[in-house]
Design a protein around this ligand. Structure first.
Ligand code: UT7
Length: 323
C-alpha cells in the first residue's frame, strides 16, 4: 500500500460580509441571540458567484501552495450539497475552469462531512496505487438553498470553499480514519431536490425546496459525534489528546464544541474555530479552517491534527493527520 499525505491547502470566501445586525433587518433576530447561541458574528454571502467558481479559486490556491500543476491532477473530488447543476458535476466544471485536463472528476454528497469524506476517498485511491495526486474540494453556496424567512436556519450558514492536494508520500501521514452515516435520521436536516413531475405526475408548485432543520437533534448528534469520533480517532492513531496540536471540527456552533470538549476533558482552546467569521459553510468548513491554520503557520511539520465532521445525511467522519 502507498503512503498518503496532504501537500497543500487553499480556500476562498466571497467578499460580501453579512453581519448579525444585517440579518436582523431580514428576520426577527438580533446580534446577542445569534452570538450567544452559536458563536457566529458574521458570514460571507455570494453575490452571484456559484459553487464551481469558489471551488476553482480555492483549488488554484491549494495547487499553488502544493507546487502542483493542474495537469498533474489525477482526480478532482468536489464535496458539495449545492452544486451548480445536476449535470455536469461541479468537479467537471472545476476541471474545465482550472485546466486539469488529465483528471477524472466527480462530486460527492455528504453535507458537512463532505470534506473529510473526500479526503478519505482520495487516500484510498492513493493507497491502492490507482492515483498519485488528488484535489479534494469542499465548496458551498448555501445561500441559494436557505429559507431567508426562517430565522432558525438562515442565520447559521455561509458560503465558501476549501481545498487540499493529497499525494503519495514516502511515509504515511494519515494516521487514522473514521466515517459513518445514519440515514434513518436524515429527516432532521433536509434540502429537497426537484420532486417527481413528469408525463404522469402533475407539478406541485407548493413544494418547498428550501432547507429545513431540527436544530436540537442536529445539536445532539454533533456533540455525540465529536465525542465518539475524537476518542476513536485517537485510539486508532495510537495517540492521546496531548499529542494533538489542534482539533479542527466542523464549524457549526461553538456550544456544540464546548459541550463535547467538556465531556472529553479537552481544553476547548485546542479546537480551532473560525465560525465567528464564516458561520457554517457545510462541506467547505473544515477545509477553510485547515487552510487558515496552515497559512497562519499554527502547525509545523510533524505536528498532529484531528479533523472531525458531522452533518446532514446524517453523516460523520474524521481523521488524524501528521503534518
Ligand atoms: O452542519 C450542521 C448544521 N446544523 C447545526 O449545526 C444546527 C445545530 N443546532 C443549533 O445550532 C441550535 O439548535 C440552534 C442555534 C439552531 C438553535 O438554538 P437553540 O438553543 O436550540 O434554540 P431553540 O431552537 O430551542 O429556540 C429557542 C428560542 C425559540 O423561541 P421560544 O419558542 O423559546 O419563544 C426560537 O423561536 O429562540 C427562538 N429563535 C430565535 N430567536 C432569535 C430561534 N432562532 C432565533 C433567532 N433569533 N435567529
Amino acid at each position: 500500500m502507498n503512503s498518503v499525505r496532504i501537500i497543500g491547502t487553499g480556500s476562498y470566501v466571497p467578499p460580501k460580509i453579512v453581519s448579525n445586525d444585517d440579518l436582523s433587518c431580514v428576520v426577527e433576530t438580533n446580534d446577542e441571540w445569534i452570538k450567544s447561541r452559536t458563536g457566529i458574528r458574521e458570514r460571507r454571502i455570494s453575490e452571484g458567484e456559484n459553487t464551481s467558481s469558489m471551488a476553482s479559486k480555492a483549488a488554484l490556491n491549494a495547487l499553488k501552495a502544493a507546487n502542483v500543476k493542474p495537469e498533474e491532477i489525477d482526480i478532482i473530488i468536489v464535496a458539495t450539497a449545492t452544486p451548480d447543476n445536476f449535470i455536469p458535476s461541479t468537479a467537471c466544471v472545476v476541471q474545465d475552469k482550472i485546466g486539469a485536463v488529465n483528471a477524472t472528476c466527480f462530486d460527492i454528497s455528504a453535507a458537512c462531512s463532505g470534506f473529510v469524506y473526500g479526503l478519505n476517498i482520495a487516500s484510498q485511491f492513493i493507497r491502492t496505487g490507482y492515483s498519485k495526486t488528488i484535489l479534494v474540494i469542499g465548496a458551498e453556496t448555501l445561500s441559494k438553498i436557505l429559507d431567508w424567512s426562517d430565522r432558525s436556519t438562515c442565520i447559521l450558514f455561509g458560503d465558501g470553499a476549501g481545498a487540499a492536494v493529497v499525494t503519495v508520500s514516502d511515509r504515511n501521514k494519515i494516521l487514522s480514519l473514521y466515517s459513518g452515516s445514519v440515514g434513518s435520521k436524515g429527516r432532521f436536516l433536509v434540502s429537497k431536490a426537484v420532486p417527481v413531475e413528469n408525463l404522469y405526475v402533475e407539478s406541485n408548485t407548493n413544494d418547498n425546496h428550501k432547507t429545513t432543520m431540527d436544530g436540537r437533534e442536529i445539536f445532539k448528534f454533533g456533540v455525540k459525534t465529536i465525542i465518539n469520533g475524537v476518542k476513536k480517532l485517537l485510539e486508532d492513531a495510537g495517540c492521546t489528546e496531548k499529542d494533538i496540536k489542534y482539533i479542527v471540527p466542523h464549524q457549526a456552533n461553538c456550544r456544540i464544541i464546548e459541550f463535547a470538549a467538556r465531556e472529553l476533558g479537552i481544553d476547548k482552546n485546542k479546537f480551532y474555530l473560525n465560525l465567528d467569521r464564516y458561520g457554517n459553510t457545510s462541506a467547505a468548513s473544515i477545509g477553510i479552517a485547515l487552510d487558515e491554520i496552515v497559512r497562519k503557520h499554527l502547525i509545523e511539520q510533524g505536528d498532529k491534527i484531528l479533523l472531525i465532521g458531522f452533518g446532514g445525511g446524517l453523516t460523520y467522519g474524521g481523521m488524524v493527520i501528521e503534518w
